[in-house]
Design a protein around this ligand. Structure first.
Ligand SMILES: Cc1cc2nc3c(=O)[nH]c(=O)nc-3n(C[C@H](O)[C@H](O)[C@H](O)COP(=O)(O)OP(=O)(O)OC[C@H]3O[C@@H](n4cnc5c(N)ncnc54)[C@H](O)[C@@H]3O)c2cc1C
Length: 359
């Protein structure tokens, strides 16, 4: 079939590769360039942390995240280039004065594990337990939590590997070419058979409920920091995460601001993020700042993802919010079921909303 995909961020590239590998003629349109600098996907920390995120999201998203963790290794194995993927858990830390907040967080995670008994539970750590997991931290943190099943990947490597595979498969890639769904009449002569709309926030004009949630990430080169897994700090004002990638690269982020402001990072955010990171590991003092990135996450009013049908041959996938990498494999698998059979048993199992748009 001839398939048009709008948006070559996370969802668009994943879908395009899947469909091109299956032998379909795929044409992609993106408002930006191949570097994906316009996308939330490029800015992200790409942690795959369904249990940690259960403190702020619903069970369905946690289930999609569990599905994602199982599916990523197979999806990455289909690519021609290696993409860093790690599943060595998440470490949660807090300073002594924030113990009450940490207890609340722990109770939320315990409730998630009661609701989803297959999810490996959070393990409570004492100072020795923290030091054993991350020796470079020593025994400065007297308590922590370890979420053993969680992971992360390198989003920059993933976006590049997907791009190169699409080029190799002969997909037609149109950069700096914004399009809307209405520009196509799928099924009609000379038109694509199907259109997939994966424009994230770029779909807002036709989907007014979409909003941007600003996030800020600092990319550091910190060869002296020996943290080996995503580490989150529970903190009343700066609840940061530190995601160590390969070769001494770290992504540090936290901020969630209800705004679609894409202006550069503020001094306050930069100071807060860096001081909080330094409070976890003083090795960050000598780090080099490689990039300060701001971008908006595409979110719907309930912060849940949606697949929306627009007629018989248009699928819109959006609202991935702060969980895109965690849930993208689930959305991909559901979209492929809908494409092949018109229905999705997986969507029912994961309580993923399939909506019908009336326009
Ligand atoms: C700071 C930050 C940190 C994050 N951290 C994590 C994390 O740790 N874990 C996690 O799972 N998720 C994380 N996310 C969320 C994740 O990045 C997003 O959920 C995901 O990228 C959304 O994917 P998408 O394909 O819908 O949109 P995007 O990745 O934003 O891609 C949309 C694409 O559509 C293109 N486009 C826009 N308008 C048009 C148009 N008119 N025509 C054609 N193309 C168009 C854009 O140029 C862009 O390339 C984070 C996001 C941010 C911003």
């Amino acid at each position: 079939m001839n398939i048009v995909i709008l948006g070559a961020g996370l969802m668009g590239r994943l879908l395009a590769c899947q469909l091109a590998r299956a032998g379909h003629a795929v044409e992609l349109f993106d408002a930006g360039g191949p570097d994906a600098l316009n996308s939330a996907a490029r800015a992200a920390a790409a942690m795959l942390a369904p249990l940690a995120e259960s403190a702020i999201t619903e069970t369905s998203v946690v289930q999609m995240g569990v599905h994602g963790l199982q599916r990523w290794p197979a999806l990455l194995a289909q690519l021609d280039e290696p993409v860093f993927f790690q599943q060595q858990g998440t470490l949660i830390l807090w300073h002594r004065q924030d113990v009450a907040q940490a207890e609340r967080f722990t109770r939320q995670l315990d409730a998630t594990c009661l609701a989803l008994p297959d999810l490996p539970a959070a393990q409570r750590l004492d100072a020795a337990g923290v030091a054993q997991l991350e020796p470079s931290l020593g025994t400065r943190f007297t308590q922590g939590l370890y979420l053993p099943s969680e992971g992360q990947l390198d989003n920059h490597q993933l976006l590049d590997a997907l791009l190169h595979q699409l080029q190799g498969l002969g997909a037609k890639l149109n950069w700096h070419s914004p399009r809307a769904v209405g520009d196509f009449a799928p099924g009609q002569t000379g038109q694509p058979d199907w259109v997939f709309d994966c424009r994230g926030l770029g779909a807002r004009e036709q989907w007014p409920a979409l909003r941007g949630v600003r996030g800020e990430v600092i990319m550091l080169h910190a060869p002296e920091v020996r943290l080996t897994r995503p580490t989150r700090l529970i903190h009343p004002r700066y609840p940061i995460y530190i995601a160590p990638k390969q070769n001494g690269i770290f992504r540090i982020g936290a901020t969630e601001i209800e705004s679609d402001d894409l202006s550069p990072m503020s001094v306050r955010s930069t100071l807060e993020l860096l001081s909080a990171a330094y409070s976890v590991d003083s090795g960050f003092a000598e780090a080099r700042i490689l990039d300060l990135v701001t971008q908006c996450r595409p979110a719907l009013p309930d912060n849940l993802p949606v697949i929306r049908r627009l007629g018989k041959r248009v699928l819109q996938i959006n609202g991935l919010y702060r969980h895109g990498f965690m849930i993208a494999p689930a959305l991909l698998d559901v979209a492929m079921e809908l494409f092949h059979t018109g229905s999705s048993a997986l969507a029912d199992r994961l309580s993923l909303s399939i909506q019908q748009a009336h326009d």
